[in-house]
Design a protein around this ligand. Structure first.
Ligand SMILES: N[C@@H](CCC(=O)N[C@@H](CS)C(=O)NCC(=O)O)C(=O)O
Length: 230
């Protein structure tokens, strides 16, 4: 049981899906918390002090103790508040599989958007193809490893739904701001069905930013690369 003195602070930036995944996990578990919006162009003492190694958001501060790196934070949340909806299954093998696909998502898919944004012409086409291929590998892999999760019941969000939901549910904003970063027709249909169902989840709806606000933020952040697309 949580003690009355428990204090949870999330340092984040609103437009980051690394931060939205933590926000979503806290909401899912019903964990009261304070949210502090960071200014990455002028990093606060709070951030520099609590994540002196990477100096990145998100950072979760629980009773004064900082935890950095979103996947580490999600695991901490699930272990500390272990009585409410679980992000991880109990079975060690399934937990290992889940960590594998979560790492794949972060190490491959989360970073595959930058080569699309920063290139043009044939290079961009190639980067888009690579993104579609990574998404194909991801959806086919998780359908094989977690067949009981498909079709998605629209209710139970586990680790992968939290990670991919807060990222892929924003795909229309990326497509509008950047280029066609993900072409659903070029990936297995189950991926779009899954993402559309995730998009209907009330807590995901509450957590991801409004489409137009996100389009504007992406265009502003990457304006020097996107100018040549106009
Ligand atoms: N691996 C990190 C990535 C977090 C990350 O890249 N955060 C970005 C915002 S989306 C950041 O704080 N960037 C600041 C910087 O690079 O100086 C995680 O999972 O938490």
């Amino acid at each position: 049981m949580e003690d009355k003195q428990s204090e949870v602070i999330l340092i984040g930036i609103w437009r980051s899906s690394y931060c939205q995944r933590i926000e979503l996990a806290l909401k899912l578990k019903g964990i009261p918390h304070k949210y502090v919006e960071e200014d990455l162009s002028n990093k606060s003492e709070l951030l520099l002090h609590h994540n002196s190694i990477h100096k990145k958001v998100p950072v979760l501060i629980h009773n004064g103790k900082p935890i950095a790196e979103s996947l580490v934070i999600l695991e901490y949340i699930d272990e500390h508040w272990n009585n409410s909806p679980k992000l991880f299954p109990d079975d060690p093998y399934l937990r290992a599989k889940l960590r594998f696909w979560a790492n794949f998502y972060d190490q491959k898919i989360m970073v595959a958007i930058l080569p699309i944004i920063m290139s043009k012409g044939k290079q961009r086409e190639k980067a888009i193809e690579e993104m579609n291929e990574l998404l194909r590998v991801f959806i086919e892999g998780i359908m094989k490893d977690f067949p009981e999760k498909f079709p998605f019941d629209g209710q139970n969000l586990g680790l992968l739904e939290v990670i991919a939901g807060t990222n892929l549910c924003n795909y229309k904003a990326f497509n509008e701001a950047v280029a066609v970063a993900w072409s659903p027709e070029k990936t297995p249909p189950e991926l779009l069905t899954w993402v559309n169902a995730l998009n209907q989840h009330s807590l995901i709806k509450q957590t991801i930013p409004p489409h137009h606000k996100l389009v504007a933020a992406i265009m502003e952040k990457f304006s020097r690369f996107l100018k040549h697309d106009a």
